[in-house]
Design a protein around this ligand. Structure first.
Ligand SMILES: Nc1ncnc2c1ncn2[C@@H]1O[C@H](COP(=O)(O)OP(=O)(O)OP(=O)(O)O)[C@@H](O)[C@H]1O
Length: 263
C-alpha cells in the first residue's frame, strides 16, 4: 500500500563534483517525493548524474543546495533506515564472511536486538531472498545473481525503510534479471520498503515503478515525473504486453532520445 506521507523529500537539490580548481555541476536542481511504499524509478541519459543523485539521497554526498529529508528529518549523513544496493555486488560483499555473516553484518547498527534475535532475522531474510541452504557459502562460491540476493538481504537487515538501488541488476543475465525484478517487488511489499531504483533499462524502469522520474542531461533536472497506472502484482508477460506499459515505454524512450550529454 502506498501511503500519502512522503518518506523521502527531495526539494531543489544541487551538487557539483570535482575540486577547488575545477568543479563540474552534476545536479542542477532536482525535486521529487517518494511516498511510503512507493517504487520510484529514475532514468535519464547516460552520464546525467543518476549515481551522484543516489549518493546524495543516501547521505554519502552532502548536497550543495536545496533540501533533502528522510522521514521528515534533514539528511546530513547516512541515515539509519536507508540502505543502498550497488551494481557491483562483488565489491560490496565481504569475501571473508559467509552469506550468513554478510547478512548479519548489515545489522551492526541495530542495538535493540540480541544476538539470538539477529541470527533469527538473518535466517528469515536469507530464506526470503531464496538462499536457504547457502548460509555457510562464501560470496565467491555462489553466482552473481545469488551474490546480489545476499546484498539485498543485507540491505534489509539494517531494518531499512528506504532501499536505494543503483543499477542492481545490470550485471546479471536476462533470465536472472527478470526473476530478481519480481523478487525485489515481492520484498518491497513484504518488508514495507520504499524504493528508488536508478536504471539504464527503460523496460525495467516501467515494469518496476509506481512512478518514473526522468532526468535531463547534466546539470540534471527533472524533465518529467510520470505516474505508472499499471496494476500490481506485475507479471513479466502480461504487464509487458499491456498497452499502458507500451505507451509509457514509448514516452520515456522518446524523452531520453531527445537529450544528449555533452561530455
Ligand atoms: N569527481 C568528479 N568530478 C567531476 N566529474 C565527475 C566526478 N564524478 C563523476 N563525474 C562525472 O559526472 C557525471 C555524472 O556521473 P554519474 O555516475 O552520477 O552519472 P550516471 O547518470 O549515473 O552515469 P551512467 O549513465 O554512466 O551510469 C559523469 O559524466 C561523470 O564523468
Amino acid at each position: 500500500m502506498i501511503g500519502s506521507v512522503s518518506l523521502l523529500s527531495v526539494q531543489g537539490i544541487s551538487k557539483a563534483l570535482g575540486n577547488a580548481k575545477q568543479s563540474t555541476q552534476i545536479i542542477g536542481s532536482v525535486s521529487f517525493e517518494a511516498r511510503r511504499g512507493e517504487f520510484v524509478s529514475v532514468v535519464g541519459p547516460s552520464g546525467c548524474g543518476k549515481t551522484t543523485l543516489l549518493m546524495c539521497l543516501a547521505g554519502l554526498y552532502a548536497v550543495d543546495g536545496g533540501r533533502l529529508a528522510f522521514d521528515g528529518k534533514p539528511v546530513s549523513a547516512p541515515p539509519q533506515g536507508v540502505s543502498v544496493v550497488f551494481q557491483d555486488y562483488s565489491r560490496s560483499l565481504l569475501p571473508w564472511k559467509t552469506v550468513f555473516d554478510n547478512v548479519l553484518f548489515g545489522m551492526k547498527r541495530i542495538t535493540d536486538m540480541d544476538s539470538i534475535g539477529k541470527r533469527a532475522w538473518a535466517a528469515e531474510l536469507i530464506a526470503s531472498v531464496g538462499l536457504k541452504g547457502f548460509e555457510a557459502s562464501y560470496p565467491w562460491q555462489v553466482s552473481g545473481g545469488m551474490q546480489q540476493r545476499v546484498a539485498i538481504a543485507r540491505g534489509l537487515a539494517a531494518r531499512s525503510r528506504l532501499l536505494l538501488l543503483d543499477e542492481p541488476l545490470a550485471a546479471v543475465d536476462a533470465q536472472t534479471r527478470a526473476e530478481m525484478q519480481d523478487l525485489l517487488l515481492d520484498l518491497a511489499r513484504k518488508y514495507d520498503q520504499t524504493c528508488v531504483l536508478v536504471t539504464h533499462d527503460v523496460d525495467e524502469a516501467v515494469y518496476m515503478a509506481d512512478r518514473i522520474v526522468v532526468l535531463s542531461k547534466r546539470p540534471t533536472t527533472v524533465v518529467e515525473d510520470i505516474p505508472v497506472a499499471l496494476s500490481k502484482p506485475r507479471d513479466q508477460l502480461k504487464t509487458r504486453e499491456d498497452r499502458t506499459y507500451l505507451g509509457l515505454r514509448h514516452e520515456v524512450i522518446t524523452l531520453i532520445r531527445s537529450m544528449r550529454v555533452d561530455h
